[in-house]
Write a protein that binds this ligand. Structure first.
Ligand code: ARG
Length: 450
């Protein structure tokens, strides 16, 4: 069974937002779980690299951009051009027409439009790749909206031929039976394509060319109408028969002190946020293990900081809004990445110091409970994957860590006689392995020492 998991999908020439961060973290975990269950998983980054906004940007770049100086901060430069365009367009209406013409040229393959567009793509991808490296996230395919450029005409023709596309004021629209959903735009009256057109082309490509059985889209819940329209059209034209299409929508991200939107121009640079996480994790590592070298502490802080950001997100159901509460995220006591990582490191250090091999004897009741819990692992992955809900796995790992912490406090391992030690070690080993494997599915690397 082939599952396409689409996630991250940031927009070229715009900042990588905290919303895209959520999509990236959850999508990656969902893809990991399907893979662990033996599905044939294809991970796709559906980059937002096409659309009318590029007409505006190309116009702005050609009018106000400075192509002589190499850009030190291209993302901010592009954002500034975008903002400049909008404020100038308020005074001068003809700008909108210029922008429209530039996008039309871009879609028609005009060399100049293409060249400027390529600059934007290069600038943005450099930033996105840095972020993916920090997060340890990979894709099988970077197939952005522009990838489907050549298919757009064909897609519109298919839908037209089936009688679902109607003309309306020179544009092409799809109306839904009994008006169950608002009318969807397929082509503008100047012949240019829309987000929906490109999503239809992507869907068609994935079902027909890539032979996907299941497609899962990870985006914010503000796009839920768009996906309901998309899936409905796919059903009407008969593409999705026997296939499963899922919009794994997620809720908002709230940042500390309420800053979050790009609309008011208050952008949060994602890299700064991740650096902040690492900086704070360093403080924790330093307190916990002051005897470690500076270098060890830095390595730990890097892992723990990113793990804290990921786990904070994954511990909640994706529809729940998440908040960055640094203290909670980095606490060693609560339901946090540091707590789980610490639980793993404790189990690991018991195993490392035991100097006997694990060997299971008869189990007491506490131990039977633990082993039964361990045995649920596969079922939990199954359930979490099929609900696109990594929080189910996160919750399981948290309980497992809790139960194991009680176990090694109640039943000393290292101080026990060799036979008892071997036995307890076998129990510990099962928990440590499960915790490590489970964290890996969440995109978090367990550390032997933290
Ligand atoms: N680039 C879009 C955005 O940032 C997300 C793309 C989601 N995927 C899709 N197939 N439409 O809003």
């Amino acid at each position: 069974t082939r599952v396409i998991v689409e996630y991250s999908s940031p927009n070229i020439a715009k900042p990588f937002s905290v919303g895209h961060l959520r999509s990236t973290i959850i999508g990656d975990a969902v893809a990991n779980m399907y893979e662990a269950l033996g599905y044939d998983v294809v991970r796709i980054n559906h980059l937002g690299d096409w659309g009318t906004q590029f007409g505006k940007l190309i116009y702005a770049y050609k009018t106000w951009g400075d192509d002589k100086k190499p850009e030190a901060n291209p993302i901010e430069e592009m954002l500034a051009l975008y903002i400049k365009f909008h404020s100038e367009a308020e005074i001068n209406e003809s700008l909108v027409n210029h922008a429209r013409r530039w996008f039309k040229k871009l879609e028609e393959g005009d060399a100049e439009a293409r060249a400027v567009w390529k600059i934007f793509v290069r600038w943005s991808m450099a930033e996105f790749r840095r972020i993916y490296r920090i997060l340890g996230v990979k894709f099988d395919k970077e197939q952005g909206e522009s990838f489907y450029e050549k298919e757009l005409g064909n897609i519109i023709a298919i839908i037209k031929k089936q009688g679902f596309a109607k003309e309306s004021d020179g544009a092409l629209v799809v109306k839904f039976p009994r008006e169950e959903l608002p009318t969807a735009l397929l082509e503008k009256n100047d012949g240019t394509s829309l987000y929906m057109t490109r999503d239809l082309a992507a869907l068609h490509y994935r079902l027909k060319k890539m032979k996907a059985d299941i497609i899962i889209y990870h985006t914010g819940d503000e796009q839920s109408l768009h996906f309901r329209q998309l899936f409905k059209i796919a059903e009407m034209v008969g593409w999705s028969r026997g296939k499963t299409l899922v919009h794994a929508e997620h809720g908002l991200v709230r940042l500390p002190d309420g800053k979050m939107s790009t609309r008011r121009g208050r952008i949060v640079k994602l890299e700064e946020l991740l650096t902040e996480a690492t900086r704070r994790a360093y403080v924790v590592a330093n307190k916990k293990n002051p005897q470690l070298s500076q270098k060890q502490k830095l390595t730990i802080a890097q892992s723990v900081g990113i793990a804290a950001v990921k786990y904070n997100d994954l511990a909640n159901h994706r529809r729940t809004a998440v908040t960055f509460q640094w203290d909670k995220m980095l606490s060693l006591e609560g339901n946090s990445a540091p707590y789980l990582l610490y639980a793993y490191a404790r189990l690991h250090s018991i195993i490392a110091k035991a100097r006997v091999s694990p060997k299971l004897g008869g189990m007491n009741e506490d131990e039977q409970t633990l082993i039964r819990r361990v045995a649920q692992f596969t079922d939990v992955i199954n359930e979490a994957a099929h609900a696109q809900a990594p929080n189910i796995l996160a919750h399981y790992l948290y309980e497992l860590a809790n139960e194991y912490s009680s176990y090694y406090e109640k039943y000393p391992v290292l101080k026990a006689d060799p036979a008892v030690r071997q036995h307890r070690l076998a129990i510990i080993r099962a928990g440590a392995d499960t915790l490590k494997a489970g964290l890996a599915l969440l995109g978090i690397t367990a550390l032997d020492k933290i």
